[in-house]
Write a protein of this length. Structure first.
Length: 250
């Protein structure tokens, strides 16, 4: 079994001629929560899109469970077990919550597994039980995120990619959403890769962390090390670039 559920080597990607990510090496250990933080527009979401195969790739390799998937089509990556929750457009707002869950499991042939996954998401998100007949578009921002996460889980993924789960949420809901992702990882053992602008709150729920600026990583290490680093704010804003904590401590 591969040590890393997802790995990239020398990744260069962009949007048509616009180069966004440069020679990126990324590793997400199996069974852990990996957090990618950084300001808006530095390439965080583009990395997730590269893993899903929905962005222009210039060079490099992408591995899933040790297998090279660089040339694998996006829908095939989904079938292989890569679950992706985009920042927007992640639910069907005009369908009921129940129908959203059904739509999410359309690729599942094993009906017993579908029933098992539905029971699991109801246990993880009990609030959704009372909303099954409601149109998803009437849910609050936090409830929509619960539904979006449930839809990914319905497909029985081997890894979950989550893009900006707290975007647009009221401050009091931010911690709840991130804590729920942490709880999900603990209860299921599912490795999760989270892209998030709210660095401190995201790092509190992560095991591993990357800080990204200008399409490259300026920090790689444990989430706790980055969270407790005295120059986290300066690193985030680009006032300093740190590849090794020892260079600061010395």
């Amino acid at each position: 079994m591969a040590d890393y559920i997802i790995e990239t080597k020398g990744l260069n990607v962009g949007y048509g001629p616009i180069h966004v990510i440069y020679d990126l090496d990324f590793k997400a250990p199996d069974g852990e929560v990996t957090v990618i933080v950084g300001p808006n527009g530095v390439g965080k979401s583009s990395l997730l899109k590269a893993i899903m195969g929905t962005i222009t790739m210039y060079s490099g390799q992408i591995f899933f469970q040790g297998k090279d998937i660089t040339r694998v089509k996006p829908h095939e990556r989904t079938m292989m077990g890569i679950g992706y929750m985009p920042q927007t457009g992640n639910i069907f707002s005009k369908l009921t919550v129940e129908d959203n869950l059904r739509m999410a499991s359309y690729i599942m042939a094993d009906k017993d597994l579908v029933a098992e996954k539905r029971e699991m998401v109801m246990e993880l998100f009990p609030r959704l039980k009372g909303y099954l007949k409601r149109d998803a578009g009437t849910l609050s921002g936090g409830e929509r995120q619960m539904l979006a996460e449930s839809m990914v889980l319905m497909r029985d993924p081997r890894v979950m990619l989550v893009d900006e789960p707290t975007a647009g949420l009221m401050p009091k809901l931010v911690t709840d959403v991130l804590k729920k992702l942490e709880e999900m990882a603990e209860q299921t053992g599912l490795p999760i890769i989270i892209v998030e602008q709210r660095a401190r709150r995201a790092l509190e729920v992560g095991d591993n962390a990357y800080l990204m600026r200008g399409g490259v990583f300026t920090f790689e290490g444990s989430a706790q090390e980055l969270l407790n680093h005295p120059l986290l704010t300066e690193m985030y804003l680009g006032a300093v670039e740190v590849h090794d904590l020892k260079t600061i401590r010395e």
